[in-house]
Design a protein around this ligand. Sequence first.
Ligand SMILES: Cc1cc2nc3c(=O)[nH]c(=O)nc-3n(C[C@H](O)[C@H](O)[C@H](O)COP(=O)(O)O)c2cc1C
Length: 316
Amino acid sequence: MANKITELFNIKYPIVQAGMVWNSGWRLASAASNAGVLGILGAGSMYPEVLREHIQKCQKATNKPFGVNVPMIYPNLEEIMDIIVEEGVKIVITSAGNPHTFTSWLKEKGITVVHVVSSVKFALKAQEAGVDAIVAEGFEAGGHNGREETTTLTLIPAVKEQIKIPLIAAGGIATGQAMMAAMVLGADGVQIGSRFVASEESSAHMDFKKYVVNSKEGDTHLTLKELAPVRMMKNKFYNDLQELYKTSPTKEQIKELLGRARTKLGMFEGDLDEGELEIGQVSAIIHDIKSVSEIVENLIKEFEEAKLKICSGQIF
Ligand SMILES: Cc1cc2nc3c(=O)[nH]c(=O)nc-3n(C[C@H](O)[C@H](O)[C@H](O)COP(=O)(O)O)c2cc1C
């Protein structure tokens, strides 16, 4: 399955396992890389020295390429970037910030840089900053998201029309059929988050994984738009937040309710009532916790079946 993305990252399949706070440590990333996709460590929930440890463990667990996702809304960014360079990581995916801040610096060090965007405007800005590829993430996606609310189905062709560099689609992709659809729309590869949350190797708490596989359509919502929009599962914390919204709260009051470490509490420690449970709409069709290798095998099988269905005229 060779194309621009497999060549860019030197991987077998044009699939990126998304960097995800509290989910994507060295076990998930190395399993993904060993399965032929690009494994990504999520630096967003790691102190700098914890990241170094995960990079080193990942290097021992796989000889395949892997990268680090760096959301630019967290502190210690310079220290994190220095560790990435010192430890010899060759791929960085930045998100939630200005792509001009680190792209040239990382590229001077020989690192492949990808930036995550949620609109055409930011895709153009990332291309101008010199990134090697773009992840365009639709409104369906789990975790932090754009304010534009553009769905993947609309965003991918809109970005494709405007940019020249390789394009990776994200948001709502958990099957080989969806991967095929994204690539028909113009993507060169896909980034998958939620499906890998419900994997054996994800570092999420087992209770959160079970909550994900038992969830239904309509169970997630994009909220917290005043601070940084985030798609999460509806639970007690979510309901408390919606009650607060009825009182027209100030940003400070919202921040006060949010408090600290809600994502760790929910996704890592398994407090399903008080924690912030980030997940995408596609959780509605994720029904089991599987190993990463099974997930990847299924994705490829479904992708090939979809291709056959189209080519053999079963659809039209
Ligand atoms: C639990 C969770 C945590 C996430 N954390 C991050 C993160 O730290 N950095 C980032 O760029 N994106 C993050 N995302 C977004 C993913 O990287 C990815 O783009 C998204 O999950 C794709 O959509 P999907 O969930 O429908 O597969 C997160 C998503 C989830 C579900």
